[in-house]
Design a protein around this ligand. Structure first.
Ligand code: TXA
Ligand code: MG
Length: 332
């Protein structure tokens, strides 16, 4: 395996290095990338991650010309969003151009999610390669998304030959996945761009369809699968009396060490149980920044993680979505 610095990638690599899947840093999380025109390399992404083949990939572009080469049309409704949020963490769903590989589309969806990443070095690399890059998050499927290159290396090891190291990801949460479903503006995955800021641009209410219900049409295949699981069970306490419930659960389960991920920094469990924490920082945006790192870190040094609910305004919506999906048990 080779690790190169983001800022030195263009001078340190040859075009052939990008014919196999490679790891890229983005402002959200690290991605496992393949050129859109390399069918075999695209297939390998699914193998390396252990990802279901019906789960489509987000395509990363560096210019509007690239966008035009992979989509049928650019809907008028997207103009304001593109002007406001690209480059940035917003993935928009388009009708896919006829020539776009079905591997990217999770088989036969007929649509493609596209975004223009914020980091200029990364956009230069895409420009240099000359074709868009399809990239899911660079974790083993089901594990927390990687926000440092070390997390990606931990999961994917020698299955990937080239890792591009851009340090800590700026946002720490994946992009917002957004589209018009039957004409209605819809968030399919809450993310770094909040519902409130989308509504302010399109001047319409945005609906949330962020969980798949059995029997309903699948709008976003990723919703069907287990996500973000730490190495130990995560208990998410949703009720107001979460302090009491945490104590009862720790006693009943006879846990020796509990990882505490709670909004009250002074709270600690009663009795013999030891608690460990992670420096989450203050405020919702710090939580968003650290949420995947904490799941990886605490998972390795306790019997269970206890988390309580946080506000779901702005970026809190995406943080709660990740916590709920990471949770083994939801306790009211
Ligand atoms: O920030 C991000 O979005 C990161 C970085 C690497 O760009 N990527 C990422 O990709 O999180 P991934 O594959 O881990 O999650 C993409 C989600 C999945 O739930 C997938 O089902 C959904 O987006 N998705 C992709 N294409 C779609 C499409 N055409 N229609 C509906 N959902 C789609
Ligand atoms: Mg992912």
């Amino acid at each position: 395996m080779r690790i190169v610095k983001l800022s030195e990638t263009i001078s340190e690599t040859k075009p052939d290095d990008f014919l196999e899947p490679f790891v890229i840093p983005t402002e959200t999380v690290y991605g496992l990338a393949a050129r859109c025109d390399q069918e075999e390399s695209l297939r390998k992404i699914f193998k390396i991650k252990g990802r279901e083949s019906d789960n489509p990939l987000i395509v990363h572009i560096s210019s509007m010309e690239m966008l035009k080469s992979i989509v049928k049309e650019i809907p008028n409704e997207y103009q304001g969003l593109i002007a406001s949020f690209w480059p940035g963490p917003l993935s928009l769903i388009f009708q896919a151009a006829d020539g776009l590989s079905p591997v990217i589309q999770g088989g036969c969806m007929g649509t493609v999610a596209v975004r223009m990443p914020r980091n200029e070095h990364l956009r230069n690399i895409i420009e240099e390669i000359g074709v868009p890059l399809a990239a899911p998050s660079a974790n083993t499927s089901g594990r927390p998304s990687p926000t440092r290159v070390e997390h990606a290396i931990n999961d994917l090891q020698d299955k990937v030959k080239l890792y591009i190291d851009g340090g800590l990801c700026e946002e720490g949460l994946e992009s917002t996945v957004f589209g018009f479903i039957d004409g209605i503006p819809t968030i399919l995955r809450p993310g770094a761009i909040s519902r409130e800021s989308l509504e302010a641009v399109i001047k319409m209410k945005v609906q949330l369809k962020t969980n798949h219900k059995p029997g309903e049409k699948v709008l976003c295949p990723g919703q069907k699968y287990q996500h973000y699981a730490p190495l130990v069970p995560l208990y998410l306490f949703k009720g107001k009396s979460w302090r009491n419930s945490m104590n009862e659960t720790a006693k009943r389960m006879n846990f020796k060490v509990v990882g505490l991920l709670c909004t009250d920094p002074l709270y600690t469990l009663e009795g013999q149980v030891k608690t460990v924490r992670y420096p989450m920082g203050e405020g919702l945006s710090e939580w968003a920044h650290n949420i995947f790192a904490v799941l990886r870190d605490l998972g390795g040094r306790c019997d269970a993680i206890f988390a309580n609910s946080i506000e779901t305004s702005d970026i809190g919506l995406a943080v709660m979505d990740r916590l709920s999906k990471a949770a083994t048990y939801l306790i009211d």
